[in-house]
Design a protein. Sequence first.
Length: 272
Amino acid sequence: MLNLKSSRVPSFWSLALLLLVIQAIPSAARELRVCADQNNLPFSKSDGSGFENRIAAIVADEMGARVQYTWHAQRRGFIRTTLNSGLCDVIMGVPSSLHMLKPTRPYYRSSYAFVQRADARPISKFDDPRLKTLRIGVQLIGNDGVNTPPVHDLTRRGIVNNVHGFLVQNDYSMDAPLAPIIDAVAKGNIDVGIVWGPIAGYFAKTQPVALRITPILFDPSALDLGLTYEISMGVRKDDTALLEELNHAISVRKSQINAVLDAYGVPRVGND
């Protein structure tokens, strides 16, 4: 006669052993695939020292994921050749108004700023008459030196001959390619820099002399080209599921994100 009780014993232990084996196999960690520039402080760097690196890690943690980077120089065509070609799923630090992708809810809002040595009389408007004679530093975008919004405001006033350009996409052999315009203010090579806020705030903290940063919050005399921007993370336009997850993570971890922005000296406009 078949012993049903004894015949079940091997099956029971086999199942138990199988469960133990399954539990012992580490599950593949979820990845938040981010495309970023590997040498773009204060935003991103391959060693993880940029503030966008820190914020990406906070958001990924909320999602139960780890950040996986694809490094790519932030040049013209960056979104097309990275996010939209499938190399990653998220780009950090994009203007919320950018139409090439789907932006999350903003996680900070900043503006261009006047940067001067602390002992100089502050400038807060483009119509300040001193701008006609002071040595001014401005940021230029791309290898062809495309003008940023402050350059248009200066040009409109005929302020051209005393303006010095600093490329945003600078020498990649440098450790911090975005720093030279702030270095120039600190050294007295220029009298005032007109700089995107996060760059101004971060590098001003590293200088041996005190610098004053005056955000251009509202200047009715400025051209309507945008001096203040809300900043988001960007996903592909059809990736609504990831968009919702990121929005939730940004909301839940807002205080931690703000703490990172504070630590990096990012000047912010509005209620954060």
